[in-house]
Design a protein. Structure first.
Length: 337
């Protein structure tokens, strides 16, 4: 009798203790997960995104407005965005009026005088006895030199052409900074498609080795390796050895020369990072195969004049974002469960 009672008491005690331990486990597991979630969100919010757009002249400033609208409309991640707009006084006023700017804690606009950047481009051309025959003039060329004018506290930035329309959250591009080697990689570019042969020696003439509608830059590394000095060296070499006399595709020539001659400071980005219309519209099957079936994260409309043709379906996309009310834009994003 005593033995049976003692056995039942032990069983009850084990059950009660097990129940208590189970409750404690659930409580601490929830607390741990909540702590991890909070840490993850804090780290994510601290991972600010800095986006650079160079847009001289009214036409390209209007293009830039649509670029920004598409980014904000498709924004989903909880993160801070700062748009660094390098433009003239007219472009600054146009952009400010379009967004009725009131900087929020998670979306900011900073403006820089384009004249300073253009002067650097002009001096570069004179120094190397080069002409610039690109249709967008000095504005496109000078994009290569943005590390010279941006604040020293900036590090990772995405540099965009103004004729880019996003079709996905820009965070999908920002993530590609994981390909950069710390304190070594200065920039990342998307290769030209179809890819040039492995033994292709880029001499500054067509086809360019890379396209520059979307460029990832680590400005800290750019400064540490004296990027401007290396630009001088690669262009001098192209002038002396290859007879290069014109930067016919503007910044694309300079950055492609740098990427091919200083591979230790360069990383190749996946082709879907820059949805160049000259690639995936003209030869869609080859482009899709090269991109492993990935969809483009943005539409880089080349030539940009097609954006103004609303009968062209990409012109229709441009019109859609251009006429979109600012109330539709997502200024802060949100954290998905």
């Amino acid at each position: 009798m005593n033995y049976t009672l003692h056995k039942n008491t032990i069983i009850k005690s084990v059950i009660i203790i097990s129940f208590i331990l189970c409750c404690l486990s659930i409580f601490y597991l929830k607390k741990f997960n909540k702590f991890n979630d909070e840490i993850g969100i804090k780290q994510f919010v601290q991972n600010d995104m800095d986006i650079i757009i160079v847009c001289g002249g009214q036409k390209f400033s209007e293009f830039a407005i649509v670029t920004v609208k598409s980014i904000l409309f498709l924004r989903r991640k909880l993160s801070n965005l700062t748009f660094h707009i390098i433009t003239d006084n007219n472009g600054k006023q146009l952009i400010r009026n379009s967004f009725n700017l009131s900087n929020s804690f998670c979306t900011k606009f900073l403006f820089y005088h384009i004249e300073q950047l253009v002067n650097i481009g002009e001096n570069f051309l004179k120094r190397h006895q080069m002409s610039n025959t690109h249709y967008s003039g000095l504005y496109a060329l000078s994009k290569a030199f943005i590390s010279e004018i941006l604040p020293l506290n900036l590090s990772n930035v995405i540099l965009l052409d103004s004729d880019v329309i996003f079709v996905d959250d820009i965070y999908s591009i920002w993530q590609e900074f994981q390909l950069f080697k710390r304190n070594q990689t200065a920039l990342g570019l998307v290769p030209w498609y179809p890819r040039v042969p492995p033994n292709y020696v880029y001499k500054g003439s067509g086809p360019d080795a890379f396209v520059t509608g979307v460029v990832l830059l680590d400005l800290s590394v750019c400064r540490s390796i004296n990027l401007m000095k290396l630009f001088d060296q690669v262009v001098d070499k192209a002038y002396e050895q290859y007879g290069l006399r014109s930067l016919w595709s503007a910044d694309q020539v300079i950055l492609s020369l740098f990427a091919t001659q200083y591979p230790e400071h360069f990383v190749t980005l996946p082709c879907y990072i820059n949805g160049h219309t000259g690639h995936y519209l003209k030869d869609s099957p080859q482009w899709k195969q090269a991109c492993n079936g990935e969809y483009p994260r943005n539409i880089h409309v080349v030539p940009s004049g097609l954006l103004l043709d609303d009968k062209y379906y990409l012109g229709g996309l441009y019109k859609f974002f251009k006429e979109m009310p600012i109330e539709w834009l997502n200024h802060c994003g949100r954290q998905h469960p």
